[in-house]
Write a protein that binds this ligand. Structure first.
Ligand code: FE2
Length: 266
């Protein structure tokens, strides 16, 4: 199964820049590249901060940009999003019984679970008992294969000073629940931190984030106020199959130097 992950696209109203970058042109370039190189993708997942201010104009722009995508699209909310405006723009997008943008999808390689950690006015993430009940249900009915989790806020400690106080405000409940799942967890996929990160939690759960498609940070781990940086549009190609889980980072606009030679071993 091939899943494309886009994260932290931070769309603005048409023509409006974010940190001097144009998130619309970044995302349009990414979608064009995805459609050209990965027409066989089974799913496109956007792991939150879809829009920078959560305004209707930006969600309308997102609708327009995504309209040619041939595969199913799963959208997650981040702290910058706005749930009512999102639902107004995407009324048919799956929601749980409490109205959170949560759901799951069963595949031959385990269940994919999509979680909603957005709370209006909170920069960090929120995952209270009502949302946890959904996760409980999703895990309890997931079957024997390890599920893969998609969520905006990292439910694990990322160790980045800038994000120290704006992570998932749940005292570790989500990751503890995941760690208790008998089948294990294949991987936690998240966004929020705007830089690529791969790691393993103390419980032994593998996790990783994608690079933001729009503005991103210089990877200064200990800086409280790291610099924002520009860069090429990026996305990840995630393979979930008989080999397990792999996430490949893709960058658009690289300078091609030469065609490589065939390597035949040993
Ligand atoms: Fe973001």
């Amino acid at each position: 199964m091939k899943i494309i992950q886009l994260t932290d696209t931070h769309l603005m109203a048409p023509g409006v820049l974010a940190y001097g970058m144009n998130p619309e042109t970044q995302l349009r370039a990414a979608i064009q590249d995805i459609m050209a190189r990965h027409a066989d993708a089974d799913l496109l997942v956007m792991t939150g901060d879809l829009c920078n201010h959560g305004d209707p104009e930006a969600y309308a722009l997102l609708q327009d940009i995504l309209s040619p995508v041939p595969c199913p699209v799963r959208l997650l909310l981040g702290n910058h999003d706005d749930r009512p405006n999102f639902i107004a723009a995407f009324p048919d997008h799956p929601r749980d019984e409490n109205g959170f943008i949560q759901g799951f999808q069963d595949t031959d390689f385990g269940r994919l679970i999509f979680l909603d950690t957005h709370a209006a006015g909170v920069v960090g993430g929120v995952f209270g008992p009502d949302r946890m009940a959904f996760l409980d249900h999703a895990l309890n009915t997931a079957g024997a294969l390890p599920p893969t989790i998609f969520v905006h806020h990292p439910p694990v400690a990322d160790g980045l000073r800038h994000f120290r106080d704006i992570g998932l405000h749940d005292e570790g409940r989500m990751v503890a629940r995941l760690a208790a799942h008998p089948a294990g967890i294949r991987h936690i996929v998240f966004g929020h931190i705007h830089i690529p990160l791969a790691g393993t939690s103390p419980e032994g759960i593998a996790f990783s984030s994608g690079q933001a498609c729009s503005h991103r940070f210089v990877a200064d781990i200990d800086a409280a106020t790291p610099d924002w940086a520009s860069g090429n549009p990026t996305y990840r190609v995630i393979m979930v199959d008989t080999l397990g889980f792999r996430a490949f980072s893709a960058e658009i606009g690289q300078d091609v130097l030469a065609r490589s030679q065939l390597c035949v071993g040993p």
